[in-house]
Design a protein around this ligand. Sequence first.
Ligand code: AMP
Ligand code: MG
Length: 408
Amino acid sequence: MKRVADHLSDILETIRPLPALDVHLLDAHGCVLTEDVVAPWPLPQFDNSAMDGYAVLADDVSDATEESPVELPVVADIAAGDLDVSAISSGLCARIMTGAPMPAGADAVVPVEQTDGGTARVRIMAPAKLGAHVRHAGEDVSAGDAVLGAGTYIGAPQVGLLAAIGRDRVVVRPKPRVVVISTGSELVEPGNPVSLGQITDSNSFTLTAAAREAGAIAYRIPPIPDDPDRLLGLIEDQLVRADLVITTGGVSAGAYDVVKEVLSRLGTVAFEKVAMQPGKPQGFGTVGEENTPIFTLPGNPVSAFVSFEVFVRPAIRKMFGAARLHRQSVKAVLQQTMRSPEGKRQFARARLQPSSDGSYLVTPLGTQESHRLGDLAYANSLIVVPEHVTEVTAGQVVDAMRLENRKD
Ligand code: AMP
Ligand code: MG
């Protein structure tokens, strides 16, 4: 049997990052930047008011108090978006709104709350320090600053910063388009009646959601029966829009294991037994003219999910250029003795919790059989037990792979 680490490194050797693409700003959300972005102008672009109030010369109001306010004529009313703003000089002030350009000459803003709010004349009841409530041009970002570097994951704040410096397009690695196909004549779409002997297709939902959580654009195909011609036709049809294909089911040693049957004929997918539990039967290779990577995952729901986590997720993340390919792993104190099969790497569903001293505690869940979805949905981590270990006792420290949903 092939070792997990060898299978993963073979996969990652084949997988190439997608070519960079110039995309519209919102389409860059969730992608990794491949250019260094330089600000063409400063932020803020001009001195502006941080408050609704009055633009003044600080010197004019230095003696203002509630008991003896300083009264000034209001010579202008400046709103956000005003373009022609006249200067003021000593003895004058201008009513000003948040975000409006400061009039030349003024060097502070008195918030409206510290005045009587007058429109022709205003009584100012507190002094203002030089520069008070003024946002100065360039104090946030200078023109020419490299604001975001190649390799940065573009989340919501990064999209906002790019917009603020006027970018409507950026160059990123696009999100891989992943097509998920489940096979099995027993499978029914959820929402439809299920006869005895049938089950609803859950794997394609799990894997589509998991691919999206990994950062991909994932398309789910309704399940198809164990019919070689239909499977082959479907894969061919889907290749036009797929950067990566995932199938589930049909790779065991049984009759009607169509995925294996069909793809073996093409000769570009290797079907292997990988020394892991769950998830032993694994297939990986490429199909079609563009050598699109394809993963053929086992049908048992937990095997499919664990295989995705261990092999497919890092591949997707390599395709879109993510800095971190792998799930975060933490050391945790095992709460319950567990056995592990000799010679296989075990990925055991588990519940991880922080303890009061900052370390982690981890408890394996249930029987670890690979059809049990209830425990999988409750798990927030997988305990990883190395190949040569057959028993880990309570109190020992183990590695736990966290299944949290982070994309960067
Ligand atoms: P297979 O790998 O096709 O032999 O399937 C192994 C087991 O997983 C069988 O019990 C199948 O019914 C089950 N299974 C296969 N595909 C799915 C699926 N898409 N959703 C839920 N269970 C599945
Ligand atoms: Mg099947």
